[in-house]
Design a protein. Sequence first.
Length: 256
Amino acid sequence: MSKANKHFVWAVFLIASIVIIGCDGDDTSADAGGADDLADPAISINNVDLFQAIAGMFDVEVTATDDVAVQQVDLMIDGAVAATSIEAPFTIPWDTTNASDGLVSISALVTDTAGKTAETEAIDVVLINSGVEVTFTEGNTGTISIPDPVEGDNHVAHHWTTGADGAAEALVILQFEENETDGEWTFVIDVGTGVCPHSGVTLATSGTLTVSPIIFEPDLSSALPADTGCFVHMAPNEFDHAGHDLDFEVRVFNFF
């Protein structure tokens, strides 16, 4: 082989080697960057319901999946990270005493090894480390029936008796499902002592509230006394709903 031909062969060999080495390096870099992780992760909370009453240590059970791998799951309380788990099963202990009593928002955030994230919808729960859910004489549910024509007082009240410690604060949750033909229901809610606003003492009154669930955190003019009969009074816009019924559920929490 002539000297010129030898030089040509070596040149071709070197160029081919450079191309092969360059291609292998690109493939390795792409794998490390998560190019094969095509799907977003998925996450759900398994053991928390809307307006669930919670106290003390509570284990939040989470299911988190990904097409490659889950890196971590964060428990979010009112939008801030409260605890983190990096190993399945993702059961996250939550010390609820680190948060204020009353309504708090809980969600879970998953991050996969490619950095993609997904978060559950926030769920409102009620912390009662220094409180209780009251027991109504009438139970938690009821029906408001508006006659046609409207006659008398078609408002409704539910009653409870405070415990030995009374209550410094309260939280009212009113839930209902409107019929599409009924139009919008609105309520004014009163909280006080006695039987009702007409024969008792009203301590707090809401403005006009609408859209279920209705949340009312009354600014009590004075604490609810110990061992005292109390009421939550719900007044609908009755003249807009003559001849209609509305099923509802009401819950009240007292905090000390």
